[in-house]
Design a protein around this ligand. Structure first.
Ligand code: FE2
Length: 354
């Protein structure tokens, strides 16, 4: 190596070091700027959470800190943006826990190597098998049920039965649904593919499209559209109705549990859930955090904060949600929703669902 080459390569090393330091500093500032926190009382350490579930999480974290002495620092964002950030931060990540909505997002994080295996007897005891990753890289914490909603002045429950039956021409011009770009739609269609195969699933989706549903990118606005009389039947997640009823007990929309008849597979269930990142700096605290969230107390608080159902069958259900009554759930392994997501997106496109 010539003298000039040696100088040049040490200069490159110097520049690389400066760039690395700047990146770490920038990431740290970004986290401080975008993050919020619940500080531990007596230096019990911390767990850093990147969360795409923002509704009502803070009081739950406060309770965890009270009980364990571990502080919670968290930052929120969309599922895809948080995954991208964990990937970009690599081994310098501050994230201990990725907390996400929709099993498809957790499946993608695991597939991309962003989550580590967690062997915990507590988690496997508390969370039913079909609500967690078969490789124990993510665990469902709440169940969110995507089902049929209707206005009782214009629809009798006896007219309703299944997602499939909403393809019947009697519903032409009367439906409101979420666009194809939303993961809720993609996961529902993935569950149709799992149940029927692609060809039959496509026929069903084509039937929905032929009924010219209003596509509205907010479940709350969908329910308000029903209430205002601009649609008769819709598909939304159950907790949006819970929220609207909490604000206004006279909100007129009713819930119908889909696919409950003899031989039917049950209503479509998705989750919010979490995993520990591959490079988690506070791994033990992260595991304690997940275990606490899976126990009866953490489950009760975490599910009630968003009117969801707990994943742990021992945990209590929010009183408004309890009025929705019993249902039979489709016990599809939720990893399938991730595995079939790309197929579902292509199917929606082919069927002209936008
Ligand atoms: Fe939601």
């Amino acid at each position: 190596m010539t003298m000039r080459a040696v100088k040049a390569s040490s200069a490159v090393r110097g520049i690389k070091l400066v760039v690395a330091v700047l990146i770490v500093a920038a990431l740290g500032l970004f986290t401080l700027a975008g993050g919020r926190g619940v500080e531990a009382a007596q230096g019990g350490g911390v767990v850093n959470v990147y969360s795409s579930r923002h509704y009502g999480v803070e009081p739950v974290f406060v309770e965890f800190t009270k009980e364990t002495g571990i502080g919670v620092r968290f930052t929120t964002g969309s599922d895809a943006a948080l995954r991208e950030r964990i990937r970009a931060e690599g081994r310098f990540t501050l994230a201990d826990v990725y907390l996400a909505v929709d099993a498809g997002n957790l499946w993608l994080a695991a597939r991309d190597g962003l989550l580590q295996v967690v062997e915990s007897a507590t988690l496997t005891r508390n969370i039913p098998k079909h609500l967690r990753d078969s490789g124990n890289r993510w665990f469902g914490l709440t169940r969110r049920v995507r089902t049929i909603m209707y206005h009782p002045d214009r629809v009798k429950p006896a007219e309703l039965s299944t997602y499939e039956a909403l393809a019947d021409p009697r519903w032409r011009g009367r439906l409101a649904m979420r666009p194809a770009t939303h993961p809720y739609t993609q996961s529902l269609v993935a569950s149709l593919i799992a149940a029927h195969g692609e060809a039959r699933a496509e026929e069903i989706v084509r039937g929905w499209v032929a009924n010219r549903p209003q596509l509205i990118d907010s479940d709350t606005r969908i329910l308000e559209t029903l209430a205002a009389g601009a649609a008769d039947v819709a598909i939304t997640n159950h907790y949006y109705l819970g929220r609207l009823l909490e604000a206004n007990p006279a909100f007129p929309i009713k819930i119908f549990w889909a696919n409950q008849g003899p031989g039917e597979r049950g209503v479509h269930v998705n989750i919010s859930g979490a995993g520990i990142t591959t490079h988690a700096p506070n791994r033990a605290n992260a595991q304690q955090f997940l275990e606490w969230l899976s126990g009866p107390r953490g489950q009760g608080l975490f599910s009630a904060s968003n009117h969801e159902y707990p994943a742990n069958p021992e945990a209590p259900v929010h009183p408004i949600v309890a009025t929705f009554g019993e249902f039979r759930a489709d016990n599809l392994d939720l990893g399938e929703l991730g595995r079939l997501q790309a197929d579902a997106i292509r199917l929606l496109d082919r069927a002209g669902y936008r």
